[in-house]
Design a protein around this ligand. Structure first.
Ligand SMILES: *Cc1c(COP(=O)(O)O)cnc(C)c1O
Length: 398
């Protein structure tokens, strides 16, 4: 058994056992397993948490991204801009919507989409058609239709400049908020803190068990302030049904189970506190690790209140450090070890090593340390001591 597990959900859940069992009993008795009042109540409360008018529960974060793209009018052959250092679901959803993923590199400090690289891509590789006002790629002559910034590790991308570029080039912005339930961004433009999921035309959330708000299985949601987008997603998730066996379009089997909605409702009530615990753990890690030579700790800009889905440090000899920690019983993770543009899945997209140097460097240096609500300061000290020990040994070798 790990001395410090990477993630411990059992401890978190055990104090809520009776409430979870009650959800199960209720579901069994009502026999309403898909959709229904629990799903609707969860949608209302989750939308409220995000500072959004609508939330639509779906089957997963990947479904949420795909439905959001489709509902926002992204069509087959469109190009959609995202980043290479994300989970593959982001680009899979783009392809599943019939569109083509294109990547722009990330910011060195935040690891999220760089608005400078986005601007550069739009200015040098795209043009705006005078007639339609649509943005096209200069080489493929395909429309560039949307941007998906990813709020990676629980910290939001710098949204103001992204939204401004989107406006200038008439692009839809869909937030990948799958790691950022409750994260906040201070918008200079609006002079207010804004929640993840409330800024773009729509946003995708995942409730995969390990996320900050996790179900007991697969689940996801789309948030939006646009009634029309919310309505289309409700139809898409349910085979295009507008009423029983009346299908206005072809859709998908992408609904949220009532049981999962019930579990999520119980957990949603604790999300703010759990996120605060994660922030405190992050602060404590910062104090313990910042003095260690060769360790870079996560950077949190003043405009960000992150929810630390992951706590990711950056070091030179990442693989050796990971092995060292594993041998000491400390769980770690790599998010993500190979950027998307270098994955075999995208080998025919024309990218090569060196295409996105910031992402590539990050991928070879990053290491995710144990992070979950309930992580004890003693456990954090064990982790920090082990990192310190390894860094001193590796320094001596030189
Ligand atoms: C988890 C995740 C997804 C996909 O969510 P699923 O619920 O697993 O489909 C998409 N994007 C990011 C950044 C994620 O972390």
């Amino acid at each position: 058994m790990n001395k410090v597990p990477f993630l411990d959900l059992s401890a978190l859940h055990s104090s809520l056992e009776e409430e979870f069992v009650e959800v199960f009993r209720g579901s069994m008795k009502s026999a309403q397993f898909i959709g229904g009042p629990l799903v609707e109540q969860f949608e209302r409360e989750f939308a409220h948490m995000c500072g959004c008018r609508y939330a639509v529960g779906v089957g997963s974060g990947t479904d949420a991204l795909r439905f959001a793209l489709m509902a926002c009018g992204i069509r087959a052959g469109d190009m959609v801009i995202t980043v290479p250092n994300t989970f593959i679901a982001t680009s899979e959803a783009i392809s599943q919507a019939g569109a083509i993923p294109v990547f722009v590199d990330v910011d060195e400090k935040t690891s999220a989409m760089s608005s400078d690289r986005l601007r550069e891509y739009l200015e040098t590789h795209c043009y705006i058609d005078d007639h339609s006002g649509t943005t096209f790629n200069k080489i493929t002559h395909k429309p560039v239709a949307a941007i998906i910034p990813v709020h990676l590790y629980g910290q939001m991308a710098d949204m103001d400049p992204i939204m401004e570029l989107a406006k200038r080039y008439k692009l839809v912005v869909i937030e990948d908020a799958c790691q950022a339930h409750g994260a906040e961004y201070f918008s200079q433009k609006n002079q207010s803190w804004q929640r993840a999921g409330s800024i773009g035309a729509a946003a995708a959330f995942s409730f995969y068990p390990g996320k900050n708000l996790g179900a007991f299985g697969e689940a996801g949601a789309v948030t939006t302030n646009d009634e029309n987008v919310a309505r289309i997603i409700s139809t898409l998730r349910d085979h295009g049904q507008v009423s029983k066996y009346i299908h206005d379009m072809e859709g998908y089997n992408g609904r949220l189970d009532a049981l999962q909605a019930g579990i999520l409702l119980v957990k949603l009530g604790h999300l703010a506190r759990w996120n605060e615990m994660r922030r405190e753990s992050a602060k404590r890690y910062g104090e313990l690790l910042e003095k260690i030579k060769g360790v870079e700790i996560p950077y949190e800009p003043i405009w960000s209140r992150g929810v630390y889905h992951l706590y990711v440090i950056s070091v030179d000899n990442r693989n050796e450090l990971q092995k060292f920690l594993t041998d000491k019983g400390i769980g770690t993770g790599l998010h993500y070890p190979l950027p998307l543009h270098l994955q075999k899945a995208y080998c025919d997209h024309g990218y090569k090593a060196g295409s996105f140097p910031v992402s590539e460097r990050l991928c070879s240096r990053l290491l995710s340390l144990p992070m979950f609500p309930g992580l004890e300061s003693g456990q954090q000290e064990l982790v920090a001591d082990a990192v310190h020990e390894y860094m001193s040994i590796s320094e001596e070798k030189w």
